[in-house]
Design a protein around this ligand. Structure first.
Ligand code: KG4
Ligand code: ZN
Length: 343
């Protein structure tokens, strides 16, 4: 049995093959070159680029695996949330292929795929766990009791953590995509020089906010007449440590609120080294265990889509969300597989 998964929700075209023994292979085509000159993702260009690369990627994956399309038993595709045009490219391709092959098409929620991406590592976390989901579009703390059993504990009120990294990177004159660039610059800076706020830490609960930090960086930049490379590196480090401190503290509050001892970190920002180190340090010597996806599965990929689709498929899922694209789609609205039979 082989399941083929497609991911086109934003600016990565990705495909993956999954079987009884787990992930078999995967490919990611990043659209960085397409969007770099615009400083951010241009939705129309993203859709066109997905359309250009999806079929060649699927062909390459099948050739590498020595499989004919007829050997596939099921397909999975990200149905949302994401850019509408980009999602439609994946959905239309998936529907056509599923129809031609006479096999089921399982619609997947992109954030649910991130939630379970640590399961692609050597030691999958047991349930239940608290998930810190930090990507370019979302920052949420979620209690996960099972597949499709999610309780939102808190979320950002404005910018997502990854979005804040990207915007501050732009302020510091770094190229797109900003998050990893900012993290690299921050490695060379002194975080103590600039004292930036820790938004919402003084308020109880798991709600977060990151847009004020961006404004604080802008203010600090304006106070320096001609910022040098050192100034930028120190600001990058000060910003990164402020975000990390908030994420660590809010995660521990979520663990305390739920009585949990397992924290799973997922989404693009889970690749951040300072965040990984700080969470590890906080957990050291306590009963808390922190789980991360392998680095290659932190940012968008189809392996995580295949993984969660396989879990749902094995549990009887055949078609989630009636196959429609959903650009906005609250994670908490998902249900366990048995409640989602064929529409
Ligand atoms: O999960 P993802 O690939 O896409 C979404 O679903 O949004 O996350 C992308 C986000 C971007 O905002 C990117 O800047 C951020 O993750 N990111 C990072 C790092 N790598 C990616 N942020 C901080 N440090 C990193 N090393
Ligand atoms: Zn993502």
């Amino acid at each position: 049995m082989h399941l083929l998964a497609l991911e086109t929700s934003c600016d990565e075209t990705a495909v993956a093959l999954y079987g009884q023994h787990g992930l078999e292979d995967h490919l990611v085509h990043s659209q960085t070159d397409v969007h770099a000159r615009y400083g951010g993702v241009v939705p129309e260009l993203a859709s066109r680029d997905h359309g250009r690369h999806l079929l060649p990627l699927v062909e390459k994956l099948l050739v590498r695996a020595g499989l004919a399309p007829g050997s596939l038993s099921a397909l999975a595709v990200t149905l949302g949330p994401g850019l509408p045009g980009a999602l439609h490219v994946g959905q239309a391709f998936g529907q056509g292929l599923a129809y031609a092959l006479g096999i089921p098409l399982i619609g997947i929620h992109h954030l649910e795929a991130h939630l379970f991406s640590a399961g692609l590592g050597p030691e999958p976390p047991d349930l239940p766990f608290v998930a810190l989901l930090v990507s370019g579009g979302h920052s949420e703390l979620v209690r996960v009791d099972g597949l499709g059993c999610y309780t939102l504990l808190g979320a950002t009120r404005d910018d997502a953590a990854g979005e804040a990294f990207d915007k501050v990177a732009q302020l510091l004159g770094l190229p797109y995509p900003g998050g990893p660039e900012l993290a690299a610059l921050a490695e060379t800076g002194q975080p103590e020089r600039f004292r930036l706020p820790r938004p919402m830490l003084d308020q109880p609960g798991c709600e977060m906010s990151f847009s004020g930090l961006k404004t604080a960086v802008l203010r600090a930049l304006r106070q320096i007449e001609t910022p040098t490379g050192r100034d930028r590196a120190d600001l990058a480090a000060a910003f990164e440590i402020a975000v990390v401190e908030v994420l660590v503290e809010k995660s521990w509050r979520a663990l305390a609120e739920t009585g949990g001892s397992r924290l799973v970190v997922a989404g693009g920002v889970s690749a951040n080294r300072r965040l990984r180190d700080a969470l590890g340090a906080r957990a050291a010597g306590t009963a808390v265990r922190v789980f991360f996806p392998p680095l290659e599965f932190c940012t968008d990929n189809a392996a995580m889509v295949a993984h969660v689709a396989w879990l749902r498929w094995q549990a009887g899922e055949r078609s989630l969300a009636g196959g429609s694209v959903r650009t906005r789609w609250p994670l908490e609205s998902l249900r366990p597989p048995r409640f989602n039979p064929d529409p």
